[in-house]
Ligand binder design. Structure first.
Ligand code: GDP
Length: 313
């Protein structure tokens, strides 16, 4: 089957994941990549989404459109994280079903799993226990998306897949310290401390939580792989299979940026879930593996930061 002739709509193509997806599809030879900016198509607007699907007739959809953020943003804005994610995914899934989309790839998150799920987390841990409170709203919205995709598969025979990526980073990441995830936050803090000659950087929490990090280009590659090789509504974890403590992550960043100051831990900030390492054996068995290691990934993320954030006018 030649997938590259299909009309593929990448929802959220200006985000970190969506832009990585467009890069991956382009280098993979896809010739009909459809994108719409928010000004052109408001994904919160059900009628507009339906009109777009009716006219553009995408055959494949990758749903990379989401309201995302780090621990502080998730904790502070549960209403927006729940409503925007639920609305966007409902609009896209419904329109995809009604206008004949052949394959839909929904992107969830590793935070859909119970806070204290056995590690590494297998796909069947979904809905087996309480969620981590700091990102419950986002997780509940994403669980709704997974289930809706599965209901469409069961009730209407749709080929709607769901992938669960671990913590992501890469070009196009959010570097705003209030709303970002940990890795871009540490890159920014370390860069600014080095430039200003400051003796320390502040790391939120205790430094002991463990997180797994995947480069957005690896995720995009996994998504293309799943689109081309996977048909089941059963969810698939996407990660690298290794995690680090937040302290170790901070040390990696300091090393990559050649910063010799101290790490200070601000324990008034939440740690969030103690550990979030995905069991990626299902995807490995299917035949996919990541390529970008954390050290190399941090270096390329820092390069992007320097070009687009630090030196931006
Ligand atoms: P999470 O994986 O949903 O918890 O999201 P984050 O990426 O925001 O946070 C991961 C872990 O890194 C948490 O334990 C945070 O407390 C910790 N962390 C340490 N420093 C920072 C920081 O400057 N920003 C953020 N967002 N998290 C930090």
């Amino acid at each position: 089957m030649d997938w590259t002739n299909k009309r593929v709509f990448v929802a959220g193509h200006r985000g970190m994941v969506g832009s990585a997806m467009v890069r991956r599809l382009t280098t993979g030879g896809y010739t009909h990549i459809l994108t719409r900016t928010r000004a052109e198509l408001d994904l919160m607007d059900r009628a507009a989404v339906r009109e777009f699907f009716e006219c553009a007739r995408p055959q494949l959809v990758v749903d990379a459109a989401a309201r995302v953020g780090g621990i502080a943003a998730n904790h502070s804005f549960p209403v927006e994280f729940f409503l925007q994610n639920a609305t966007i995914q409902n609009n896209l899934l419904e329109a995809a079903a009604d206008f004949g989309v052949e394959k839909f790839l929904f992107l969830g998150s590793s935070c859909i799993y119970p806070k204290l799920a056995p590690q590494p987390i297998r796909e069947d841990a979904l809905l087996t226990g309480p969620l981590e409170p700091t990102n419950e709203a986002y997780a509940l919205a994403k669980i709704g998306g997974i289930r809706l995709a599965q209901y469409y598969a069961r009730q209407y025979g749709r080929t709607f897949l769901s992938a669960m990526p671990t913590n992501l980073y890469g070009p196009g990441d959010n570097y705003d310290l209030q709303s970002s995830h940990v890795l871009p936050a540490l890159i920014r803090k370390t860069h600014e401390a080095r430039v200003a000659g400051l003796p320390e950087i502040v790391v939120w929490g205790s430094g002991t939580p463990r997180r797994e990090f995947l480069h957005a280009d690896d995720l995009a590659d996994a998504c293309a792989f799943l689109l081309e090789h996977y048909d089941s509504p059963e969810i698939v974890n996407v990660g690298c299979g290794e995690d680090v403590t937040i302290r170790e992550l901070a040390e990696h960043v300091c090393e990559a940026l050649d910063y010799r100051g101290e790490l200070v831990f601000d324990r008034s900030k939440p740690d969030g879930t103690p550990r979030k390492l995905l069991d990626v054996s299902k995807l490995t068995r299917l035949g996919w593996q990541p390529r970008i290691g954390l050290r190399e990934g941090i270096a390329t993320a820092y390069q992007w930061f320097c070009e687009h954030v630090a030196e931006a006018p």
